[in-house]
Ligand binder design. Structure first.
Ligand SMILES: [Zn+2]
Length: 689
């Protein structure tokens, strides 16, 4: 047992709220089973905290070693109901209770298996719900049962599940559902110890309507019969955030012997073509970091409402369809999710404070895979894009969140971690180490690290101790402890960080600069070979706002408005909004923005546009209007983020366009604006600004 002298606000809240909740629970017969069993009332949890401030579980007392699920999916009521059975390893031999994490779950019955193999009711109580953490479920287990079973039901609003009407799918025939458990949403569909510090194996029996194919982060059989009755087994120990389920009209398309794509029928072949290099990626990663330890590697393509780019659910990456653009230019997403098979799924952070151990190491590995498959130029371009995003984010992110290792109590909601820090700064740190120690030495170190901590959950201190022994002390004089620690514990980027120069981005920078000075667009011979990365860099380097005629000129030449490429949309629409271009082209931009925000639910792609919109009153009104329409198709995680942005908006009354320095008069008649792009071909650029 370990006592933590300093407790975060949330922990305190929990400890204060708990006794009251227990009393209320007992009073209203929530723990009816316990009453009949005649066991004593639930007591407040002991003053024992774990290393994970975002979980009520007490892994120092007891850990789940196996989870057996028996679930029924009901698309009509948008619920999952069934039982979860836990195999428990009691570390504290005097413990009397098991504490699990839940959010919005209805607990129907809790039973424990006696030594004689009988299931008998256990007394339990749900603590008062915390907005971020949900409720602790306190189960009285004076006998420290080896097995405990809970009958429960999810809420239709479960934060970790999304239920889609047929109209929101590609095929429009069948409903669809999927989970997103990371960071702490598994607790909304299974009561469990929802902390990455605990690892367990799992099995599941799932029933669903006969026409729904059900998949999990487990041993999915490509040849499984679609009959509404499925069983799964995950023989490797995983943390709770990797528990995943999806169901819908899904078919399989192979890529290689051990890899393939699951998608709706209309998307399957297209997706398999886009991800054709997956087997090569697996082989490349194996050469660098040792064998792939998870059996199959399949990719499930989700509807566009998926809130993330991808989720590294073991054996079955969940991926957004927004990276399927036809030219494999965005497949670094697969490299990223695959890389998690080593960094994250195999060696796991023990709490969200150390998220960089998952995402930073993965982003580094991702870049190495991109380099091996698509060349150093592309890998460098992707590094520069990520680092520019990081520098941009550092302008506004709390310095406490700019350290790779976040201090206890800083991260209130683990969904709100600074993504650029954990991803891009984390990768940059490893690139710094690689450069100082040499690639060969660093590759051997990283491979050894994955082996040493395989199937374990660790924190930054454990990484640092391992690196000191196997890197800093092994190759003395290359990196000082102070330099090493600065990356981990200080905000910002150390001054001696290695810089990456991309010659191809040099060309893009010159083209952009020349255009801004002369209004001459670069000749097509320059731009026609540009890849997505170069277009992104072209837009990333634009000033905060442009003039309407400038935007119209770019739009006429490059068709940014209405682009099918979400990464371009993510950059173009906020620029258009800030510049007051919304009403241009007879409102085409406005329409295209509304369409994009309603079609796509991936947070990274849509949040910059929402954030730009809420800066002005008309923009905020438009954002609210679009959000109201888009909301039914959004995932609860996206809904929460957009709602927060709208709620916290402090809009200025004047529209952005009025505040612009306009060298040319800004026409307020849409017809005039529509005319200008037609005149503004690359050859007939408007007069210099
Ligand atoms: Zn990741």
């Amino acid at each position: 047992m370990r006592c933590f002298p300093t407790q975060s606000r949330l922990q305190l809240l929990f400890l204060i709220a708990l006794p009251l909740a227990v009393l209320l629970g007992a009073g209203c017969k929530r723990d009816a089973a316990g009453d009949s069993a005649g066991t004593p009332a639930a007591k407040p949890v002991p003053n024992v905290r774990t290393i994970d401030e975002h979980s009520y579980a007490e892994p120092g007392v007891v850990t789940t070693t196996d989870l057996a699920l028996d679930l029924k999916l009901d698309f009509d009521s948008k619920t999952i109901a069934g039982t979860a059975t836990y195999t428990l390893d009691w570390k504290d031999k005097s413990a009397t209770q098991l504490v699990l994490d839940t959010r919005d779950l209805t607990i129907e019955k809790v039973e424990g298996e006696t030594a004689a193999g009988q299931w008998t009711p256990l007394q339990y109580a749900l603590a008062e719900s915390d907005k971020v953490l949900g409720s602790g479920l306190i189960i009285q287990t004076p006998a420290r049962n080896a097995h405990v079973r809970i009958a429960y039901k999810t809420s239709p609003a479960a934060s970790g599940l999304q239920w889609l009407e047929p109209s929101m799918t590609e095929g429009k025939q069948q409903p669809f559902m999927f989970s997103q458990s990371q960071q702490i949403h598994a607790r909304s569909w299974v009561p469990l110890q929802d902390t990455p510090a605990v690892r367990f194996t799992y099995t599941a029996h799932v029933t669903a309507p006969a026409n729904a194919m059900v998949l999990m982060s487990a041993d999915n059989d490509p040849a499984a019969a679609r009959d509404g009755d499925y069983t799964f087994k995950m023989p490797q120990k995983i943390p709770s955030y990797l528990l995943a389920i999806a169901a819908g009209d899904l078919v399989f398309e192979p890529i290689s012997k051990r890899s393939g794509v699951w998608a709706e029928p209309a998307m399957a072949k297209k997706a398999a073509a886009e991800f054709a290099d997956t087997e090569k990626m697996i082989e490349t990663a194996e050469k660098l970091y040792g064998s792939y330890r998870w059996g199959r590697y399949d990719i499930l393509v989700l509807p566009p409402s998926f809130p993330y780019g991808g989720m590294e659910n073991p054996r079955l990456t969940f991926a957004t369809p927004t990276v399927i653009v036809g030219d494999q230019s965005l497949v670094s997403l697969v490299a990223h999710e695959l890389a998690h098979s080593w960094s994250g799924n195999l060696v796991t952070f023990s709490s969200a404070k150390d998220a960089w151990l998952n995402e930073g190491v993965t982003s580094y590995v991702e870049n190495r895979l991109v380099e091996a498959l698509y060349g150093k130029e592309r890998a460098d371009m992707e590094s520069v894009i990520a680092r520019n995003e990081l520098k941009e984010e550092f302008k506004t992110v709390d310095p406490k969140l700019q350290a790779l290792a976040v201090k206890p109590g800083v991260l209130k909601d683990p969904d709100e971690n600074s993504s650029a820090t954990v991803y891009a700064k984390g990768a940059w740190f490893l690139q710094f180490l690689e450069q100082r120690f040499g690639r060969e030495n660093f590759d051997a170190f990283l491979r050894g690290y994955f082996d040493h901590f395989a199937f374990q959950s660790i924190d930054t201190a454990q990484f640092a101790a391992y690196a000191k022994a196997n890197l800093l002390d092994t190759y003395p004089g290359k990196v000082t402890q102070a330099e090493f620690d600065a990356w981990l514990y200080q905000p910002g980027i150390p001054a001696d960080a290695p810089q990456t120069l991309s010659p191809r981005f040099g060309v893009v920078d010159s083209a952009r600069l020349a255009w801004r000075g002369s209004a001459q667009l670069p000749p097509p011979v320059i731009t026609s070979p540009w890849t997505t990365q170069e277009w992104l860099h072209f837009l990333d380097g634009m000033p905060e706002t442009l003039r309407i005629d400038q935007l119209a000129q770019l739009d006429a030449a490059y068709k940014f408005t209405g682009t099918p490429n979400g990464e371009i949309a993510q950059r173009w629409y906020p620029l258009a909004v800030r510049s007051g271009y919304m009403q241009a082209n007879s409102g085409q931009a406005r329409e295209a923005i509304a369409e994009f925000l309603q079609r796509v639910g991936r947070r990274k792609l849509i949040m910059p546009t929402y954030e730009a919109l809420v800066q002005t009153e008309p923009g905020l009104a438009f954002a609210k209007e679009v959000f109201a329409k888009a909301k039914p198709g959004y995932h609860p995680i996206t809904t929460g983020t957009v709602q927060k942005t709208i709620d916290e908006a402090k809009p200025k009354p004047a529209p952005a366009a009025a505040a612009q320095p306009a060298l040319q008069p800004v026409p307020d008649d849409a017809a005039d604006i529509q005319a200008s792009p037609q005149q503004a071909s690359p050859q007939q650029a408007p007069p210099a600004g």
